[in-house]
Design a protein around this ligand. Sequence first.
Ligand SMILES: Cc1cc2nc3c(=O)[nH]c(=O)nc-3n(C[C@H](O)[C@H](O)[C@H](O)COP(=O)(O)OP(=O)(O)OC[C@H]3O[C@@H](n4cnc5c(N)ncnc54)[C@H](O)[C@@H]3O)c2cc1C
Length: 346
Amino acid sequence: MYDILIAGGGAAGLCAAVYSARAMLSYVVCDSGAGGAAVSAERIDNYLGIFGNNETGTEQTAELNSIGSPSASPDLNARSVIERKETAMKQRAKRNAGGGSPHGFELYEKFRKHAELFGAEILTRGITRIETVPNGFLTRFTDGGEMLSKTVIYALGSTPRKLGAEGENLQGVSYCASCDGAFYKNKVVAVIGGGDTALSEALYLSRTAARVYLIHRRGEFRAAPSLTAQVKATANIELVLNASLVKILGKNTVSGVELSINGKGEKLITDGVFAAIGSVPNTDAVKDIVSLDERGYIIADESGKTSLAGFFAAGDVRTKPFRQIITACADGAYCVRSAEDYLNFR
Ligand SMILES: Cc1cc2nc3c(=O)[nH]c(=O)nc-3n(C[C@H](O)[C@H](O)[C@H](O)COP(=O)(O)OP(=O)(O)OC[C@H]3O[C@@H](n4cnc5c(N)ncnc54)[C@H](O)[C@@H]3O)c2cc1C
């Protein structure tokens, strides 16, 4: 029986694996193989220490530290050292401004390699259900198998929300611009949504598509002001505000969208539709054993503790104000700490 079964091999799960290894606990990571939320992100530039031209934080630090070190010119006084460091930082920032930060997939590969290097056993197994049993948990898999563990760290992330509109099953409806955007070179696409993801998707598509309609049901965006400003300054993004989607048009493939704009019907001709209206937490497997909030997220505190002793939740799947890679990693670390305490004192 494992000490910990880590459900999900995304940012939270893999970070939990590294911390479990360091804590010398027996553990296993079970992941369906679908990949974490950010594997499709074109560029991740807010994960601390990993930025620009695939260099690692260690290499970057080494380069900056060499300035002013004994091997550097001995006649440098303290002030010129600081100036040189500042100049180096500025030069690097300039280089990276062009977009050298890692692709989401690349960053996740680094996470996986790190966990494997620490001895993580990562199994490709989809989880269907987790049940409580005396002294622990029983996890059931899509292949019919099952596994026992003393604790569970649950980190299955979330899935993009469906539009729920007629025509959503047509070919040409996508939930990931960086996965499918290349198919729309010089074509017209619509992005539905008004948050960070929708605006990022619109910007991404604007680089290849001829025109991007950004369709939002309100008059203002919920996205970060910097993103909103970028979108507004992009010539081939056309804002369609106060507009709700009535249906997606087309026979087999998308040919357009029917909207209701301020209550008036309107049709736009498009080759593709990208849905970006949020996501649903992957809590089906545990909805009967642990408390969820009204939106289906697992109620957990900062240490990952949930309503169920020995069951911890990490990452996008739990209640929290800010869902990011770095916060998911922090959750993974916290959960291992909590699991350790639980195993020691139960
Ligand atoms: C398009 C996009 C761009 C983003 N860009 C950024 C960014 O630039 N910076 C940033 O910090 N954050 C970004 N995010 C948010 C970030 O991706 C998430 O906050 C983070 O990945 C959450 O980590 P997690 O471990 O909770 O979930 P995930 O990383 O999504 O991992 C969940 C894992 O669970 C597995 N899984 C799911 N269901 C099952 C099952 N039934 N059985 C077994 N395994 C299962 C999946 O295969 C996956 O590996 C972005 C998200 C999206 C969608």
